[in-house]
Every structure is written in C-alpha cells, then in structure tokens.
Design a protein around this ligand. Structure first.
Ligand SMILES: *[C@@H]1O[C@H](CO)[C@@H](O)[C@H](O)[C@H]1NC(C)=O
Length: 298
C-alpha cells in the first residue's frame, strides 16, 4: 500500500483510539454511591481515592470522614479492608485523600509534618497501630487535596511520606490542585517534583477550565502545568455530571473527541472525576470509554 493510502488509515486509528485512558475517581463523600468493592469491580477505574481525612496536623487528633459509608469513631470503617484488598487484587490502586474543601487541617512545623507522616504510615500504610481506621489493608498512597491553609510544610509531608517507600511497598503521592497555576495551597508540595499523579481540578475555575467557546486558554494552562511541575503524569480533573460542580462539566463526546486530543502527549495520564456518586447517576465513565470519534463529528 502506498504511503498516501496509509496516512488516512493511520489518522483514523489515532482518532478512534482517543478514549480517556486511565480514570481516577473520588469515593467516600456520598453514602448513596455504592460500595467501594462495586466501584472497583465496575472495571471503569484505575485509581480510587478515598475522601477525606478532614482533620489532621497542628496537634489535632486526625478524623476520617466517609460520609454515610461508615463511622470511623465507632470502628465500622474497618469493614472496608476487604473491599480495599479486592480493589487491589483487580489492579485498582486505592489512595487516601487528605483535606478537601471542608476540614480542619494545617501543618505547624517540619516536626508536625513528620508526625502526620508517621500517623499515616502507621494507620493507613505499611506501619502498624492498634487503631487502624480502615483495618489491615495497606493503601497504595496518599492524595493531597489541600484547599485550605497556606500550604506550609506540605512539602515536608510529601518528602516524609516518600521516605517510607524505602521500607518495601512504594507509597504513591498524588495531588489535586486547582487549575490556576500556581496553586495557592499545593505549590510548595508540588515543587518537590516527587508526586506520581497530579489530577488538576479544571472545574469551579472559569479562568482556566475548558469552555466550548475557547479551548485556547485551557490548553495554555494545561501546558503550563505539565512544563512547570515535575510528575509522572497529569490528569484532567472534571465533574462527572453537571450537578457535581458549579462549572466545568464537559459532555462525553466533546471530551473524548475535542478536548482530550488537544492535550494528549507523553505527560497525559487520563481523567480524574469528582465523584463516584455523580458518575453512577450520569454513566459518565462508561459513556466516555465507549465513544469512538468519527471524522464527521470532530
Ligand atoms: C452506560 O453506558 C454504557 C456505554 O455506552 C452502556 O453500555 C450502558 O448500558 C450504560 N448504562 C446505563 C445504566 O445507562
């Protein structure tokens, strides 16, 4: 076959392959989103992020909040251990997210960061404690969804957590900054350059999120992120339905056939969704994964 006949076929193959790649989803803030085990066995996700550890640092007793799923203070979240292990046996990595939009968290010193790192290691990672909130399961890593505080000492926390990787199983580090670069709370942590996955919240941020009228500002912001921050890969963070956020929702076809092709490159990892509840209601992940772009629609 001549080259001029191959090229259209090659382009078609590239376009047809424009699926969303890996999907990361937040789970834990809505009791009606289904179990963690079902979330993982859906086969839709590569990463499930448990949301959130809402209180920590500055001498406070850490508090896990998983909404209506279970009551950490009554010890009922330990039943999630078998779910976590079943997720992991299916190749889904499970992370614990620190922070969130509502919470009481800050770090007062490098020593405080180390003590939070030790707490996380002993209670959720490879260490041991008599009061592990999620039982014996060893999580794959820690997610930084820091939306309050000035971000001081979160770089120390990241480095302290990374140190634990030397004790055997790797401790993944992920972060969910807001899309205006640099992030007001996570920049010092991200500048360590030791994060694995950075899922940028391109929603509730009209100045940098995608809008159908103008894709250019969005692409510029995406390129700023991937050039200024060193990380294994970057994910486009999105609401899983129009109701999941104030703004920033992108309909599936537009996402797969217009937006993703514009940012796909060596640093692109996939999409992150807020959250499992809205993904179930809107069937967003399944729809996105099923889409094949046709030339007439692009
Ligand atoms: C969700 O989308 C997938 C892919 O298009 C489809 O096969 C499935 O039937 C949908 N599920 C629901 C509940 O609509």
């Amino acid at each position: 076959m001549a080259t001029n006949q191959l090229l259209p076929l090659l382009l078609l193959a590239l376009v047809a392959g424009s699926h969303a790649d890996s999907i990361a989803v937040y789970w834990g803030q809505n009791g009606n989103e289904g179990t963690l085990a079902d979330t993982c066995s859906s086969g839709l996700y590569a990463y499930v992020i448990l949301a959130f550890l809402t209180t920590f640092g500055n001498g406070q007793t850490p508090v896990l909040n998983l909404a209506g799923h279970c009551d950490p203070s009554a010890g009922t979240c330990t039943s999630l251990s078998s779910d976590i292990q079943s997720c992991q046996s299916q190749g889904v990595k499970v992370f614990l997210s620190l922070g969130g939009a509502v919470g009481s968290y800050s770090l007062s010193s490098a020593e405080d960061a180390q003590s939070v790192a030790n707490y996380l290691w002993d209670n959720f990672l490879g260490g041991s404690s008599s009061s592990r909130p999620l039982g014996d399961a060893v999580l794959d890593g820690i997610d930084f969804d820091i939306e309050a505080t000035n971000g001081d000492f979160f770089d120390d926390l990241a480095k302290d957590l990374a140190q634990f990787s030397s004790q055997g199983k790797k401790v993944y580090l992920t972060a969910a900054p807001q899309c205006p670069y640099p992030d007001a709370h996570l920049n010092t942590a991200l500048q360590t350059g030791i994060f694995d996955y950075v899922w940028i919240q391109f929603y509730n941020n009209p100045s940098c999120q995608y809008s159908s009228g103008s894709i250019d500002d969005f692409i510029r912001e995406w390129n700023t992120w991937i050039s200024r921050v060193t990380a294994t890969s970057f994910f486009l963070g999105l609401p899983a339905s129009p109701a999941a956020a104030g703004s920033g929702y992108i309909p599936p076809y537009e996402l797969v056939c217009r937006v993703l092709p514009a940012i796909k490159g060596p640093k692109y990892g996939g999409i992150m969704l807020w959250n499992r509840y809205y993904d179930v209601i809107n069937n967003y992940s399944a729809t996105v994964k099923s889409i094949v772009c046709t030339a007439s629609h692009t």
